[in-house]
Design a protein around this ligand. Structure first.
Ligand SMILES: *Cc1c(COP(=O)(O)O)cnc(C)c1O
Length: 358
């Protein structure tokens, strides 16, 4: 039995809505995109949602529409998917890394203030694996130092902090619909904000700098970051099932953790408000041997994440050793197969394989 790391969960609703778009003749910039944006904004509790072609594109237009400029500093985490840092580099700003909290894997809010300089313009926290960052502290820091707060919520759609959804706290937030995320719209992203001006700018930037009310008048250098109605149809059908999907993933994670008790490993954090993007354990030792043992048994698994500051393209910055918690955690983490449609007996197969190789 081969068990993949992740697998999208699509059904009749997605098929029906895609088919209706294909038959409608309006494949892009149409009513289903607007419907998806509207329901997404309502679900999140924000004023505006702008559909774009990827989470990375959402990050890029977020930084541009917040006015981040070359030479500005953006405080962020080295323990993330590489896109959150790449987008900072796209606008020629400078990523300033802060180490992580080993109890959440999120940016350590107590280490941020030391890194703030007159060049600092924004903080870009990532809700890693679906675990909420300390939003009270982040908002307080941003307010006090007059900084923008941009939430990378790509892994945390549906997660809450207090009464509100992640992605509704910052000046802007971004989501991804990549197939391994909690819900998917194949390739796509969503940019969210409460600010009318920021939203208007983001809409222009996603469509070649065009003001939506005019034809071929370009106010700024924009991009083609549009999200098609075909993709939106899949996202909309998925969004309408998100509560059920997140509930299934939560049950699955609980089942995993129960099955893994008493093994020499650390199970993930069952923290309030979180959702489950991936199921990541921490191993004490021999991760490479355990990974190859699992793979020999047909179980896909991945070390998730490797520190961004140690990626080959980042090595010239010579930051090795500067974020020791991140580097330590990165050596121990292992993502196990985890997806909405995963059956309990598949979890058991993974657990048995893990027991055998440990
Ligand atoms: C997936 C992801 C992204 C990028 O999303 P894409 O749609 O693949 O461009 C950005 N940040 C984080 C934290 C992610 O997990």
């Amino acid at each position: 039995m081969r068990i993949p790391l992740s697998k999208p969960s699509l059904g009749k609703e997605e098929e029906a809505l895609v088919l209706s778009v294909l038959r409608s003749g309006q494949l892009t910039r149409g009513p289903i995109l607007r419907q998806f944006e509207q329901e997404f904004a309502e679900y999140l509790g924000v004023k505006h949602a702008v559909g774009v072609s990827s989470g990375t594109a959402a990050l890029h237009i977020a930084l541009l529409s917040l006015g981040i400029e070359p030479g500005d500093e953006v405080i962020t985490t080295p323990f993330s998917f590489v896109a959150s840092v790449n987008a900072i580099l796209y606008v020629r700003a400078r990523p300033v890394f802060v180490d992580i909290d080993p109890k959440t894997y999120n940016i350590d809010v107590n280490k941020i203030e030391d890194k703030i300089t007159p060049q600092t313009k924004a903080i870009l926290p990532v809700h890693v694996f679906g675990v909420p960052c300390d939003m009270d502290r982040l908002m307080e820091l941003c307010e006090f130092h007059n900084l923008f707060l941009l939430e990378d919520a790509c892994e945390s759609l549906g997660a809450t902090y207090g009464k509100n959804k992640l992605g509704s706290f910052g000046h802007a937030s971004v989501f991804s619909g990549y197939p391994n995320k909690n819900i998917t719209w194949v390739e796509g992203g969503m940019f969210c904000t409460d600010d009318d001006d920021i939203s208007r700018l983001a809409r222009m930037l996603r469509n070649q700098g065009r003001d939506e009310s005019t034809w071929l008048t370009h106010h700024t250098v924009g991009y083609n970051y549009r999200l098609s109605d075909v993709h939106s149809a899949i996202g909309l059908a998925q969004l309408r099932k998100i509560e059920e999907i997140n509930k299934k993933r939560d049950n699955l994670a609980r089942y995993y953790t129960m099955q893994l008790r008493n093994l020499p490993l650390l199970t993930p954090f069952h923290l309030p408000g979180r959702v489950w993007f991936v199921y990541v354990i921490e191993l004490e030792e021999d991760r490479d041997a355990i990974m190859s043992g699992l793979r020999e048994r047909g179980i896909e698994c991945k070390p998730y994440f490797q520190p961004i500051h140690l990626q080959p393209y980042y090595r010239k910055a010579q930051l090795k050793g500067r974020f020791p918690v991140c580097e330590e955690v990165s050596k121990r983490v292992l993502a196990l197969p985890f997806y909405t449609g995963m059956a309990k007996n598949e979890v058991k197969v993974v657990v048995e394989a893990l027991k055998a190789v440990l």
